[in-house]
Write a new protein. Structure first.
Length: 192
């Protein structure tokens, strides 16, 4: 049996990853990433950076974020402490699921991770105080390529479990998808 299980989500390329967890009276041990074992489940990534965030309050919403090509990022997101509602939006032009979103509960208890490929906007909402998130990426942060879409874009219509989130100024004033559609340089390529 492999160390990781991969579950499709209905958005092409987006998947949930469940690690094998070894638990006993002392606690637990798990590998959160192993290049060889990820490749066995079809995930071929060259990860270059880890990011770690703490949100002190419940209701903190970070997103919807992405980086344009050629600095687009694939992310593997997991919760170290607490719980999040993790949202992924397809922004690949020509995709049959363009503008569609999916939401997932990730917690320190369920130890699930989500893989967010290039061509998807990503956002997280903390569900409990003092939530810590770590994510690995396959491209370095690039301020020139960094973009956001408004969290409450009516054309995307995400059903967030909060109506008045705690936002950064950048996220509160992010443009709607239709306002930046010409700037987005992700094209859908049908898998053969």
């Amino acid at each position: 049996m492999g160390k990781f299980k991969k579950f499709d989500t209905g958005l092409e390329g987006v998947c949930i990853i469940e690690p094998t967890v070894f638990e006993d009276h002392r606690g637990f041990f798990m590998e959160s990433y192993n290049k060889k074992d990820f490749e066995e489940i079809g995930l071929h990534l060259d990860l270059v950076q880890d990011n770690h965030s703490l949100s002190i309050k419940a209701g903190v919403l970070r997103g919807l974020h992405f980086q344009l090509n050629p600095k687009a990022q694939t992310k593997i997101v997991r919760v170290l402490k607490g719980a999040i509602y993790d949202v992924v939006v397809d922004i690949r032009k020509g995709s049959p699921t363009f503008g569609k979103w999916k939401g997932f509960i990730l917690t320190s208890e369920n130890k699930r991770q989500i893989l967010v490929p290039k061509g998807f906007a990503h956002g997280v909402l903390t569900l409990v105080p003092n939530t810590e998130i770590m994510y690995k990426v396959d491209e370095y942060y690039s301020p020139e390529h960094d973009r956001s879409i408004r969290w409450n874009d009516p054309d995307i219509n995400i059903d967030w479990p909060v109506s008045d989130p705690i936002l950064s100024e950048k996220d509160a004033n992010a443009p709607f998808l239709k306002e930046i559609i010409d700037d987005i340089n992700f094209e859908y390529k049908e898998e053969k």
